[in-house]
Each structure stands twice: as C-alpha cells, then as structure tokens.
Design a protein around this ligand. Structure first.
Ligand SMILES: *Cc1c(COP(=O)(O)O)cnc(C)c1O
Length: 225
C-alpha cells in the first residue's frame, strides 16, 4: 500500500521539529521541497493538498508536464543537471534553480529570464566523479564572475552527499558546504547574498538540518518513488 503524502509529511515535519528543538533551530527556517520526479501529477497534487507548497523536478519535460496541470500553484524548483539548450523551456516556470555550475549556463539563464532567478550554485563537495557541481576551490571565483548577469541571484549553495551509510562522511560534506556558504556570504555581494543551503534528501535530511540546511529536497520519503 502506498502511504498517503499527508501522513509522510506529518512524520517528516515531526522529525524536523524534534531535531530543531534538540539543536535549538527554528523549524520555520527550513523549507521542504517535495521532489516529484518519480511520481505522477496526481501524486504531486496530493502533496499540494497535504500542505507542501514547493515542488522540485530534475528534468525539463517532467517539469513542463506537471506545470501544464498545476501551473503556478506550487513554487517550482529545478534541481537537476540543466543543459544550456533546455533553459528556455523552464525559465518562465521556475522560481529556483539548484544546479548552477558553469558560466555558460549562467549566461543562458540571464539571457532567457526576464527577472532575477534565485539560483543555488551546485558544489561537488565529495569530489566524486559521478557528481555534478563545481569543486570547492572554484566556487568563489565562479560567483565573482556573475556580477554582470543581473538576472542571476545567488541565494545559496547546493550539494548532494555521497551515497553511503557512513554518517560522518555525509556530515562532513554538509559542514564543508556551510563553511563555504558563510565565506561567500561574508563577501557581501549584492547579487549573491548566499544565505541559503540546499542540502539533504530522504536519507540524510536530518543530518543536513543539523548542519544548517535551509532547503531540504525530499522525494522518496515524502511522495514515494
Ligand atoms: C531525486 C533527487 C532528490 C530527492 O531524492 P530522494 O532520495 O528520493 O529524497 C533530491 N535532490 C536531487 C538533486 C535529486 O535529483
């Protein structure tokens, strides 16, 4: 039997509340993004009815398909690798892009958007070859190159932790992203406030919250796979 989204959401919110209480954080600082890439539009609608207002998709066709039905009711996040030529398909639909990782993509977003888009710079903290994102050492230099692109607003950094059972490895990955975020924030760039951290998925969102996540991207545990 498939769990109702409303029940999953209740459990996730309770877990977040308990964690926040333990570490003295305000749960209101944490935005849950329901990642609907594996599920139907009906299931995404169920998530909205349950009280989720932010949805994440990792492919342009998946996003467009659901957008045709759900429109601007949810706040849309693009969380996947974004090919430059696909920017034009999604740019008028999304509020956030979590996968900014190269200048050519930034230029295309700037060109196609008619207003500033909230972007997360994706960082490959773990250094795994299979992962997209900039190496830690290139993030600052990359962000400094974005100043002229007035439709790019760097709201924060995003990462994916390695797929491992080892909590210490996951934690250290999130901790490094937070250090880097604070470093960028301290530059006080008007176009790159960099106050947010997009990190944590079904298996590691509580660790991410302990380490400072402000956006968690939850698919399987919330809407199923
Ligand atoms: C699929 C995906 C998620 C959600 O993964 P779950 O493990 O199902 O919660 C989060 N972030 C990104 C970038 C994804 O591609």
């Amino acid at each position: 039997m498939v769990e109702k989204v409303v029940n999953n959401l209740e459990m996730i919110r309770k877990n977040i509340a308990d964690t926040c209480q333990r570490i003295n954080r305000d749960p209101a600082e944490i935005q849950i993004i329901a990642v609907t890439k594996y599920v139907s539009t009906e299931r995404a609608m169920e998530a909205l009815d349950a009280g989720v207002s932010h949805l994440g998709e990792n492919r342009d066709d998946g996003l467009i398909h659901k957008y045709e039905i759900l429109g601007d009711k949810p706040t849309w996040h693009f969380i996947g690798t974004l090919q430059t030529r696909k920017v034009k398909n999604i740019i008028d639909k999304v509020s956030y892009i979590h996968s900014l990782d190269r200048l050519s993509l930034a230029k295309e977003i700037h060109k196609r958007a008619d207003k500033p888009i909230s972007c997360f710079v994706q960082v490959n903290v773990s250094g795994e070859q299979s992962k997209h994102g900039l190496g830690e050492e290139s993030v600052k230099e990359f962000i400094l190159q974005l100043e002229e692109l007035s439709h790019i607003r760097v709201v924060g950094l995003m990462t994916m932790a390695p797929l491992t059972e080892d909590e210490q490895i996951i934690r250290s990955c999130f901790r490094k992203l937070k250090q880097l975020q604070q470093e960028i924030q301290s530059l006080n760039l008007e176009y790159a406030p960099c106050t947010e951290l997009s990190m944590g998925m079904s298996n590691d969102y509580l660790i991410a919250i302990e380490e400072g996540a402000t956006f968690v991207r939850i698919g399987t545990a919330l809407v199923g796979e």
